[in-house]
Design a protein around this ligand. Structure first.
Ligand SMILES: Cc1ncc(COP(=O)(O)O)c(C=O)c1O
Length: 396
């Protein structure tokens, strides 16, 4: 039987990732050492008190039932956490848990817009920002992020007519993949823009605990007027190394939360109780490990960017996130071709910038998920390979 699948599903491309995966299998089969800088999963373990909470909860049969709602203790923990961490006051009807910000971004457009409505997303950007709304039939309009502007949007780049039509805008700092951090003035401009054009803002704050160079992680909701225009996604995945447990929160404007809760009540039966317990342990437990982990990411950031600069690849330090956004070495133009050549010659796997939108072309993204000595080894492989001096092959 020949199956016919949806046109929407056809828009989901495996593309370069399956090619990279195939290449990785080939290298491993040939006994080559592989340095995987492409995955966005931390290599750190969750803190023992979080694992203990899961283990204890796992012994209680009550925790295997449909959760249906966020438990009171989870909402109280989140409320206290946002107050102490970000100075943001939230009522319990201004928050809800999600099966990760990924899941939230994939579904929220169902609550916020209809087919044909305009949604503004960053280019380059994290793929689900456009894919989620696209699956509901929204019309995606990208706003450009340029290095000259520290990868912050210039609101003047958004045509007046597009702004008038837009239903919501997705913004995320510290930004994956471009690794920049937004300042206070940016959030003030964002809120003013949203109010002027009546656009809902969704701020994805997945990396609020991973900032470098003395920068401070903040919440979008800490800016005056933010709750009037939008919500924030706060994920426990990266801060607490809980990527596989799947929990994050949507927080902020109560009308948006209520509508999204209604939609999600038909999609799942609440966040698994074991996971809710783990989140309570993470949010109410000691936070020093979160800060120490950030310092370790910063050491890796310096080892990778400083190391690459020392061998002639001019990569700026990342400002935040667990990634580095590297312009291609001189003489290279095609990020997918460069990625394959880098893999072949050094065993280093990175993600081509083109996977994040056409303005990602000319860059590769590297995840800081390997310890400093391994990063130094990978930099040495690049130096030995001579790949940095060979880019003229691709010069147009
Ligand atoms: C910007 C951004 N948002 C969301 C996510 C996914 O977070 P979660 O694990 O909460 O679904 C990621 C993961 O890499 C991310 O980089």
């Amino acid at each position: 039987m020949e199956f016919q699948f949806s046109r929407r599903a056809q828009r989901i491309q495996e593309g370069i990732f399956s090619v990279l995966d195939h290449k990785k299998t080939e290298l491993l089969a040939a006994g080559r050492k592989v340095y995987n800088f492409s995955v966005g999963t931390p290599d750190f373990s969750p803190q023992p008190h979080i694992m203990k909470a899961v283990a204890e909860a796992a012994m209680d049969p009550e925790n295997y039932k449909y959760a249906l709602t966020d438990r009171e203790e989870l909402l109280s923990a989140m409320q206290a956490f946002y107050r102490s961490r970000f100075g943001v006051e939230l009522e319990k009807d201004e928050m809800m848990s999600l099966y990760g910000s990924q899941e939230g971004m994939a579904h929220i457009a169902i609550a916020l817009c209809d087919p044909g409505d305009v949604v503004l997303v960053p280019n380059p950007g994290y793929p689900v920002f456009s894919l989620g709304p696209e699956l509901t039939g929204a019309e995606i309009q990208t706003y450009p992020l340029y290095a000259e502007n520290n990868f912050l949007p210039d609101f003047a780049d958004i045509p007046e007519e597009t702004a008038r039509k837009a239903r919501f805008m997705i913004v995320s700092y510290p930004a994956n993949p471009v690794c920049s951090v937004a300042d206070d003035a940016f959030y003030e401009r964002l809120i003013a823009f949203a109010k002027k054009y009546q656009i809902i803002v969704l701020h994805d704050n997945a990396y609020s605990d991973i900032l470098y160079g003395g920068r401070e992680g903040k919440s979008f909701l800490s800016y005056p007027g933010a709750k009037d225009v939008g919500i924030e996604f706060y994920s426990l995945s990266k801060s607490y190394n809980m990527t596989g447990l799947r929990i994050s929160f949507a927080l902020g404007n109560r009308a948006i939360i209520r509508e999204f809760q209604k939609v999600r009540s038909q999609i799942d039966y609440g966040t698994c109780l074991l996971v809710q317990k783990a989140a309570v342990a993470a949010l109410t437990g000691p936070q020093e490990a979160v800060r120490e982990q950030c310092r370790e990411y910063e050491r890796r950031n310096q080892a990778l960017c400083g190391g690459l600069r020392s061998i002639g690849w001019n990569v700026p330090d990342s400002q935040g996130t667990m990634f580095v956004w590297a312009p291609l070495p001189e003489g290279y133009r095609d990020s997918a071709a460069f990625t394959l050549e880098l893999m072949e010659k050094t065993g280093m796997i990175v993600t081509p910038g083109s996977a994040f939108g056409d303005l990602g072309e000319g860059y590769v993204r590297m995840a800081l998920v390997l310890p400093v000595p391994v990063i130094e080894e990978a930099v040495e492989r690049i130096r030995e390979s001579g790949i940095l001096g060979q880019g003229s092959q691709e010069r147009k």
